[in-house]
Design a protein around this ligand. Sequence first.
Ligand code: ARG
Length: 261
Amino acid sequence: MCPPEHFGVLYEINPWMHREVKADPDRAREQWDGLVAMLVRAGAEVELQSPAEGLPDLVFTANAGIVNGTQFVPARFRHPERQGETPHDVAWFAGHGFAVAELPDGVSHEGAGDALPFGGVLVSGYRFRSDAASHAYLSRLTGAAVRSVELADERLYHLDITFCPLDERRAIVAPSGWDSYGQRVMKALVPEPLELSEEEALSFCANSVVVGSTVIMPTCPPRVGRQLEAWGFDVEVCDVSEFLKAGGGCRCLTLALDVSL
Ligand code: ARG
């Protein structure tokens, strides 16, 4: 995770960002501290990256890249506004003993924001931020089988706003965010889906972090909470409203390091 010292809504690269709706720095810091505390209470260990001036979205570490054991594949950001983050991410991972393997120039991929392992494959979203062409390279670099899913709703512009793996069989899914073929692919992949309505999905409730049996969520519609609890999960809602102004929730603010594809 990366502290929000330099976080703000300074440009508009997704439909949620409006420069005139500013983030409050003190509230952002409190909410981010609250998320760290919640993650630690649930049993996670949190490693920190230094914030950097002029890179307000560096807090959204999910987009830094893809972690595969001791390998790190840095993102290739679609928008120039975020491209300056990559040297910081690469320096952190190289400094922590990871082998850095780069995607070729000219294809976009926004890291774990658009790629989540489930059911023996790496599910990867494409269209708004990541190119479908990146998936073959990702597969070649990591050795993982990549299952491509086309994102269909600009408001749900990253895969991690439409898909939250819970355990081996279960996941929160937002089919309204996928094209009709992507919906079929995901139906075949997830044995026990918790399907969100479009309205539920737009609340960002799929952008949640799972630590053991705790699900840490930016919002939780009552029906979703009841199903998660019936499945034995503990639901914790963490107010990250300042970050939602930039189009990011709990999951976007974290990058899991204990991932092997
Ligand atoms: N403002 C950031 C952007 O538009 C938010 C990133 C959200 N990250 C995510 N993994 N969904 O790039």
